[in-house]
Design a protein. Structure first.
Length: 518
């Protein structure tokens, strides 16, 4: 038993792979990012086993099995956090870990760090939600570990096992339903808690139960499990509703206090919430599938419906960012579907931005987003504000696109350059060009036609500080893609005449034909 294990079950022995990974064929060692900064001293057999586990888990489970569960973490909190004082009376917290086919050692380290780095009088229970894992080590060996811990503290760890895979979104809700503490922390099962994480979170929720809190995240590197410090950040999203880190707002910097809560438009994924308020605000959207978008939807909903979202610099948690996600082969399809649900319920006239970002027609998209009647009723019941209010008041950094009248996506073609949407409908946007080399866009690329007669190529820039778009420019009667801001500053020929199924042309060049979704 390792020091501080509190009766941990035996981990897989050296060289032992879990039940599932041996089905994966090992790729050549030199082609794997796993060995870029780790494992040079391993034998060929050790590399083979490590690579199989890496292909399965998306992180170095081979190394994790050889690290102590009670390994120390560097204290990465801002220095002022150590001088803060907190109320003696704080609400208890239930910590929920959700997982499917997680490496046992990674899961146990998550549990162990939560126990060791949360004051005992504040941690009421730990809840494990197994979303129908197939790994045998997550059955018998995990049960042994839970039984030993509960033998010392009866009922402290509760296990929920799904009989079928529900996805990570519904798994979080399953954990919340079992929780009994006033506050619930919903986490992935590949994290490590740092010292002093709980007190600042519970203090802020005690002060205002309508706050949803995210810790500040650091990175556990997937290859060597070293801790990489991440800068303090708010959490937002782009128009595809992928979450992203943001610079803290200007108001936070003006405080000149690195311990102050950071106002955040959205959530990256793991968060802490008042248990009853989470129900009142509508939990997570269980009509979503698998993973992706639920954290953005929750952040938007909380803000529009009277709550708030904060990131706390003094609460730090390290999280493994996998090299690849093992629980679905097509994560993008789920995120896209979930994003459209968010758009249709919460984003009012700005839902067009989500369709544009994904290059999907707003009519007859061919994507079944499920029944959203209950979610619309929830919005009405909660008397929520508009999405325009949210953009102006909460996420002013988000770039709005009110001047786009047509859009598509550029793809390569042996006949030249053309553009299509991903729609199954017959009305597909199409752009063709005779001289493909003169345009040279990375393929695929989004293309947008604006009311000011400009053709932009590139994704919708998510914030006003980002502008990666290039514009189609007439240069000596030849089409060129040039950074839009540069072309505007130089007063280059940016304006193109367009009509549906007709030519797009400038005064000197008419070689592109466009059909676009309007």
């Amino acid at each position: 038993m390792r020091k501080g294990d509190q009766g941990a079950a035996d981990l897989p022995s050296v060289g032992e792979a879990p039940a599932k990974p041996e089905e994966a064929e090992a790729e050549p060692f030199t082609d794997s990012s796993l060995f870029a900064h780790w494992g040079q001293e391993l034998s060929p057999e050790g590399r083979r086993v490590a690579l199989k586990q890496f292909q399965y888990y998306g992180y170095n489970a081979y190394l994790s099995d050889r690290l102590p569960l009670d390994r120390p973490l560097p204290d990465l909190r801002p220095s002022g956090c150590r001088n803060l004082s907190f109320p003696e009376s704080l609400p208890e917290v239930s910590i929920v870990f959700i997982f499917v086919n997680e490496a046992l050692s990674v899961l146990l380290r998550s549990i162990h760090s939560a126990i060791e780095r949360t004051p005992p009088h504040l941690l009421k229970e730990i809840i494990l939600v197994d979303d129908n894992s197939s790994n045998e080590e997550l059955k018998e060996k995990l049960t042994e570990y839970v039984d030993k811990v509960n033998g010392q503290k009866p009922g402290f760890i509760k296990v929920v096992r799904h009989s079928k895979q529900e996805g990570l979104i519904r798994s979080r809700v399953s954990g919340w339903r079992v929780a009994t503490a006033p506050v619930v922390a919903l986490f992935d099962a590949h994290v490590e808690f740092n010292v002093g994480w709980a007190e600042p979170v519970l203090t802020r929720i005690k002060e205002n139960r309508k706050r949803i809190i995210s810790p500040s995240f650091d990175n556990i590197k997937y290859d060597n499990f070293e801790i990489e410090e991440y800068p303090l950040a708010a959490q937002g999203f782009d128009w595809e509703l992928w979450c992203r880190y943001l610079n803290p707002p200007k108001a936070w910097w003006k405080l000149e206090n690195s311990t102050a809560p950071i106002r955040s438009p959205a959530l990256i994924g793991c968060f802490i919430v008042d248990r009853q308020y989470f129900q009142e605000i509508g939990l997570l959207d269980e009509g979503m599938e698998v993973y992706g978008g639920e954290n953005v939807e929750l952040g938007i909903r909380v803000w529009q419906c009277g709550g708030s979202v904060e990131v706390l610099p003094c609460s730090r948690i390290a999280h493994i960012e996998r090299a690849h996600k093992p629980y679905t082969e097509d994560l993008t399809a789920h995120v896209r579907r979930n994003a459209l649900r968010v758009a249709e319920v919460w984003m009012d006239e700005f839902k067009s931005h989500v369709y544009m970002a994904w290059n999907i027609p707003q009519e007859d998209s061919g994507i079944d987003i499920g029944d959203i009647t209950a979610r619309k009723a929830l919005r009405k019941q909660l008397k929520c504000k508009t999405f325009r209010w949210y953009l102006v008041s909460v996420y002013p950094e988000m770039r709005m696109y009110s001047d786009i009248v047509a859009y598509g996506v550029v793809r390569s073609s042996p006949l030249g350059l053309h553009a299509d949407t991903e729609s199954k409908a017959r009305q597909r946007p199409r752009v063709r060009g005779k001289d493909r080399r003169s345009l040279q866009p990375p393929i695929p690329q989004n293309v947008y036609y604006t009311s000011s007669q400009q053709i932009h190529v590139g994704v919708l820039s998510p914030t006003i500080d980002d502008d990666d778009n290039r514009c189609l420019v007439d240069v000596n009667s030849r089409p060129r893609l040039i950074e839009c801001s540069y072309a505007k500053a130089k007063r280059m020929k940016l304006h193109w005449q367009f009509s549906q199924l007709g030519p797009v042309g400038s005064s000197t060049w008419k070689k592109v034909r466009v059909r676009a979704e309007v």
